[in-house]
Every structure is written in structure tokens, then in C-alpha cells.
Design a protein around this ligand. Structure first.
Ligand SMILES: [Fe+2]
Length: 335
């Protein structure tokens, strides 16, 4: 009797071990299509994805609190500025993966493999179709030209997207000129910075200003959004800035393996899976983003805008410039 119970227990435990493969994901992304992908990963590999979803700073606080005992294997967040904060907190470990090094372009991953970009978003300009002819504005630098006084709409400097944009300006022109650029931009604002990216686009549609700065996926979302958003989107046109020189500023959503990952191998497998062509297509389309892998399929709504030249500065540089960018924006009076 006791023997058979022990055998049954042993079988149960082996079973639990066989089926106990898992990866614990802390993610600041929140799209239903992601969940389906995680199920696909489980079906393919037998590794269950345990997802903890929250805002980036909440997850970072939790990681800090959990310390070495954290169950997290993978930390995923949006924007190079936030990846940099995670890096500064020391939560990542370097990963050497031939698959990821081949799949993800060099400028979209950390030089030491601390994190890997999985999707891209471009910080584009949206011009009023009525008031701004095609070609009248073509670069970020133009936004600081007095010609656009009272016409520019952009959100607050506390937003990480703008901090990374300024990080890219610092990288292109140096600190001093980046500060002058910020001052010029502030002098051209149509109104005190308020609202999110979509609010800037809507304000151009409503005639409050002539050109807005926003992440590409917000505009794509408006094109497929409510009737009100569609109507606003129809009044503006996409401008990919700096096509004649360094290219448009792009940022990433990225993920890295945590320092004390209990399931390190699974974590690497999971990020590698997300870099595959099939996963890239779905993962990027879930938020109307561009895939990070070079040949993965781009969502139809984005394809219509055509190909564009991207600023090839490493996303890690944008993060490293973040503290400087914040100071520069503050000094320039960008609220
Ligand atoms: Fe966003």
C-alpha cells in the first residue's frame, strides 16, 4: 500500500517536472495579440509563460523589492529610456545568442546583450493637409525654425518618448545645439504641452497648430479608430523627418534576461522565439509597430506610408543620453 502510494507520488512528481517548464515574464506591454503569441510559444516548446503585466516603473519597483529572490526571468518594456533605467537598476544579465545577434539589427540591441529590441516605433511629424504643403517641413530641426512660431504641438518633457528624441538630437548635434534646438522648439509651441501623442494630432486637425510630433503607432491607431479619430486622422499627413540626412528617430520595445533568472535558458528561448519572422509580424502588428527583425512583415496600415530611412544610432545611446536630455529640456523651459 505504502509502496504504491510512493510510486504514484513519484510518477506525479516526474510529471510535474516534465510539465513544469516555465518562463516568468514581467511585461509593460498590454496587447491581446501578445497573449496569443505566448500561448503559441507554450504549444511549440512546452514552456509555460507566466505573465505579470504592469507599468514599467511598477515592475521595476517590484524587481527592486524582490531582489535576488525575484521569480522574473524576462523584463520587457517600451522605450530605450526605460530600458536604460532598468539597466541602471542592474536587473539584466548579458546574453550571447547567435539567433538574436543575427535576427535583431545591431543598433536595436544592447552592445553587451543586456536587452534586445523587438519592435520599432518612429517619432514622426503630422502636418495639417490644409495649411502645410508637402515638403514645407522635413526635419526635427525645422521644428525649431522661427518660421513655425505658434504652430508646433508636442507633449510634455516628462514623457520618455520626447526625452529619447532629445537624446537623438544630442547624439546628432551635441549638447549645446540640442539645448538651442529645445529653446527654439519651446518658442514655437502652439500651446503649453498637454495630453498624449494623439491629443497633439487631434489639435492639428482642430486647427490649434500646424504640425504635431507623435509616435507612429498612435497615428496608425487613429486611422483605424473611432469615427472622431478617423476624421481627425484624415486631416493630417505623415512626414518622416530627416530623410535627407540621418533619418527618422526610431525607438524600441525591448526585453532582456534578468540577472537572477531562475529559468535562464527558457528566457533566452522565449526572446529568440519573439524574434522569429512569424512572431515578429504578430508582435509588431499588435501595437501597429514596425518589426525589429529586418525582413519580418510590416502591418498593412504602416506599409501604406512607404519605406523610410531610420536614424541608425544605437538605442543604448538614447538611453545613456536620457539624464542629460532631461536637464537640457528643463533648462530650455520645456514643461
Ligand atoms: Fe505609447
Amino acid at each position: 500500500m505504502i509502496k504504491s502510494i510512493l510510486i504514484a507520488l513519484a510518477i506525479l512528481m516526474t510529471g510535474a517536472k516534465l510539465h513544469g517548464q516555465e518562463v516568468n515574464l514581467y511585461s509593460a506591454r498590454h496587447y491581446d495579440t501578445d497573449d496569443q503569441l505566448y500561448k503559441d510559444f507554450e504549444a511549440q516548446t512546452g514552456i509555460k509563460v507566466n505573465l505579470l503585466e504592469a507599468k514599467s516603473d511598477v515592475l521595476l519597483q517590484r524587481l527592486e523589492k524582490e531582489g535576488k529572490r525575484s521569480p522574473a526571468d524576462v523584463f520587457m518594456t517600451v522605450d530605450a529610456g526605460r530600458l536604460y533605467l532598468a539597466e541602471q537598476q542592474g536587473i539584466f544579465q548579458p546574453v550571447e545568442s547567435t539567433v538574436l545577434n543575427e535576427r535583431i539589427p545591431e543598433n536595436l540591441r544592447h552592445p553587451d546583450g543586456l536587452w534586445f529590441g523587438l519592435t520599432k516605433r518612429a517619432r514622426i511629424l503630422l502636418r495639417s493637409k490644409d495649411r502645410v504643403p508637402e515638403g514645407a517641413i522635413s526635419s526635427y530641426e525645422d521644428l525649431a525654425d522661427p518660421k513655425w512660431k505658434g504652430k508646433v504641438l508636442i507633449r510634455s518633457s516628462s514623457n520618455v518618448y520626447n526625452q529619447s528624441l532629445v537624446g537623438s538630437i544630442i547624439s546628432a548635434h551635441g549638447d549645446e545645439d540640442a539645448e538651442k534646438w529645445c529653446e527654439g522648439l519651446v518658442a514655437n509651441l502652439a500651446r503649453k504641452p498637454q495630453g498624449g501623442d494623439r491629443d497633439q494630432i487631434k489639435a492639428v486637425a482642430a486647427g490649434e497648430g500646424d504640425v504635431a510630433v507623435a509616435n507612429s503607432y498612435y497615428f496608425a491607431r487613429m486611422i483605424n479608430g473611432s469615427d472622431e479619430e478617423k476624421a481627425a486622422a484624415a486631416k493630417v499627413a505623415v512626414v518622416f523627418p530627416n530623410q535627407a540626412d540621418r533619418g527618422t528617430h526610431v525607438n524600441i520595445c525591448g526585453a532582456g534576461v534578468t540577472k537572477n533568472a531562475p529559468n535562464k535558458e527558457n528566457a533566452i528561448k522565449f526572446i529568440e522565439f519573439l524574434s522569429s519572422d512569424a512572431a515578429q509580424k504578430v508582435f509588431a502588428a499588435g501595437n501597429n509597430e514596425f518589426p525589429a527583425a529586418a525582413n519580418a512583415e510590416v502591418a498593412p496600415v504602416l506599409k501604406k506610408w512607404g519605406p523610410f530611412k531610420e536614424d541608425s544610432v544605437n538605442a543604448a545611446v538614447l538611453g545613456n543620453n536620457n539624464p542629460k536630455a532631461i536637464k537640457i529640456m528643463d533648462r530650455a523651459g520645456w514643461r
